[in-house]
Design a protein around this ligand. Structure first.
Ligand code: ATP
Ligand code: MG
Length: 260
């Protein structure tokens, strides 16, 4: 249990989100511990992305408490939250790169936002470094997103999420759409970054291989809340139908058998 002990980086309590009549989360609780990769799984539309958006302050919950690094994220204006926001990086589902900016310029966006005094030469140097850390060739820097493959776009998004030297990384479906080799390479990269930079990672994924290969714990979203959180063996010991179907279904068993 060593990975699950220790300081709590993200704490969510009693979270409720609704869009009109549609209740997405109700009484949702979750803790993320420093230094862990927490996988977040759940059926499509169960509210994984909405949960992430609630934590980073892009979605205003109906009720509940969200603390990141001990600071409350609810009811804060942007300026107040800036010091906390600087400490995390986000890779959105689908990448969300600015299509009119090159890869290097995309990486520079958060730097310009938070450090407007930085000179172009330094911005370029930092961008090159982050691009390299993300496993992209230097030639990718002047390219536009439309000139990149899907896997390269993910890496460019990752480079941008690393721009501010974050302690905490949010990754929403980082391996979706990648071929198995590309996905495994991205997993490896995430794990290496976690280990070398001491990152805490909130990782939304459908990818069973990713869960087995790099996640320290997995949180399962169903019935509008986190119904279970633990290591995969701990989850397998539960008899919830969705958990059994997911981890013990044909794909779950294949992923377990192929565990890297
Ligand atoms: N801005 C919004 N306005 C209205 N409904 C929304 C909004 N954002 C999300 N929803 C709804 O909330 C539910 C949860 O969406 P969310 O994107 O969090 O799902 P998800 O678990 O991330 O799914 P997927 O695995 O397909 O990415 C969906 O029913 C979606 O239609
Ligand atoms: Mg989603």
């Amino acid at each position: 249990m060593s990975d699950t002990d220790g300081e709590i980086v993200i704490s969510v309590r009693g979270l409720r989100n609704a869009f009109g009549e549609q209740v997405i989360h109700d009484e949702l609780d979750l803790d993320v511990h420093r230094g862990e990769i927490l996988g977040v799984v759940g059926g499509s539309g169960t509210g994984k992305s909405v949960l992430m958006r609630s934590i980073i302050g892009l979605q205003h919950p109906v009720a509940g408490e969200v603390h990141v690094f001990g600071e409350s994220m609810i009811g804060r204006d942007d300026t107040e939250a800036t010091n906390v926001r600087k400490r995390w990086g986000v890779l959105f589902q689908g990448g969300a790169l600015f299509s009119t900016l090159t890869v290097a310029e995309n990486v520079e966006v958060p730097l310009r936002e938070y450090y407007p005094e930085l000179h172009q030469q330094l911005l370029d140097e930092i961008a090159s470094y982050k691009i390299m850390m993300s496993g992209l060739p230097a030639e990718a820097a002047p390219k536009f997103p439309s000139e990149l493959s899907g896997g390269m776009k993910k890496r460019a998004g990752l480079a941008r999420s690393l721009a501010l030297d974050p302690e905490l990384l949010f990754l929403d479906e980082p391996t979706a759409g990648l071929d198995p080799i590309g996905a495994a390479a991205f997993d490896e990269l995430t794990k290496n970054l976690k280990e070398t930079l001491g990152l805490t990672v909130f990782l939304i994924t459908h990818d069973l291989d990713t869960l087995h290969a790099i996640c320290d714990r997995v949180a399962v979203l169903a019935d509008r809340k986190v119904i279970a959180v633990g290591t995969i063996p701990e989850l397998l010991a539960l008899d919830h139908p969705w958990i059994q179907e997911y981890f013990n279904g044909p794909r779950g068993r294949a992923a377990l058998g192929a565990k890297r």
